[in-house]
Ligand binder design. Structure first.
Ligand SMILES: NC(=O)c1ccc[n+]([C@@H]2O[C@H](COP(=O)([O-])OP(=O)(O)OC[C@H]3O[C@@H](n4cnc5c(N)ncnc54)[C@H](O)[C@@H]3O)[C@@H](O)[C@H]2O)c1
Length: 253
């Protein structure tokens, strides 16, 4: 098993990419702290992992609060004695809108969760990893950081910020043997997807329009990202740091 004995914290773990990654990392032997504002969703992912014979615990956490991020790290170390992976995955989308229609409060919300939330996760997790001289800090960015679509400027900017943060942090922590990588998924089948399309639900028109922009002809399933996160968290990726991995079927070419 690729992550045997490891301990991972996954934010936004109640749903979509985070839930799929929690299940995949647990199947590879990791013990998982699932963190989310959605407590019911968190509980159901913990139960799913336990039913499959894995170990997980759920914590209510709002990543925009430093104390919540610190509590996740403290709980992982107190429960299982170590922290190997922190996956800063929680994020919020932007309803498809032109810049002049984006309320300042929406801007603040997107930046607070997608940028400050990741930065706070790094502040909480990296000291423990540096002390242990090992660890991997993963971030879910987006292809929007590299190849934005019209109507998503604020979200794209937030994801660009964390791509740069990954590079800057990677340099800071490399001397301690800690790696930092940003994952850039193309549109992925999760509850977030219709928002990007400016729709209440994904419909045939929206799906066809998005699929037509992906050379491999389909969107991601959450498991496409989960498999990538497992690889990046494992020793197979021991020489990968400071980079962004596009999981995008060729969208960014
Ligand atoms: N779905 C896509 O098309 C897509 C594409 C590229 C990148 N992403 C990114 O992937 C990540 C995961 O999103 P997803 O697609 O799985 O969507 P999702 O809505 O299924 O999951 C996001 C999770 O984050 C949680 N969350 C939101 N704000 C939080 C906060 N302040 N504190 C703690 N948890 C919080 C939500 O409760 C939810 O469970 C996000 O960062 C998103 O921006 C998604």
């Amino acid at each position: 098993m690729k992550l045997d004995g490891r301990v991972a914290i996954i934010t936004g773990g109640a749903s979509g990419i985070g839930a799929a990654t929690a299940v995949a990392m647990a199947a590879e032997g990791a013990r998982i702290v699932i963190a989310d504002v959605n407590e019911a969703g968190t509980k159901s992912v913990v139960e799913r992992i336990e039913r499959a014979g894995g170990q997980a615990l759920g914590m209510a956490a709002d990543i925009t609060r430093m104390a919540d991020n610190q509590a996740l790290v403290d709980r992982a170390v107190a429960t299982w004695g170590r922290l190997d992976v922190f996956y800063a995955n929680a994020g919020v989308p932007q309803w498809k809108t032109e810049v002049e229609q984006v309320e300042e409060a929406i801007y603040d919300r997107i930046m607070n969760v997608n940028v400050k939330g990741v930065w706070l996760g790094a502040r909480a997790a990296l000291p423990a990893m540096k002390k242990a001289k090992r660890g991997v800090f993963l971030i879910t960015a987006s292809t929007a950081a590299i190849r934005p679509r019209p109507g998503g400027q604020t979200y794209a900017m937030s994801k660009g910020a964390v791509v740069t943060l990954a590079k800057a942090l990677a340099l800071e922590v490399a001397p301690d043997g800690v790696r930092v990588v940003a994952i850039c998924p193309v549109a992925t089948h999760t509850p977030m997807l219709p928002t990007f399309m400016g729709k209440r639900e994904v419909d045939a028109e929206g799906l066809a329009r998005y699929e037509a922009t992906v050379p491999l002809g389909r969107l991601n399933q959450p498991e496409d990202i989960a498999r990538t996160a497992v690889f990046l968290a494992s020793d197979d990726a021991a020489m990968i740091t400071g980079t962004t991995i596009e999981v995008d079927g060729g969208r960014c070419i």
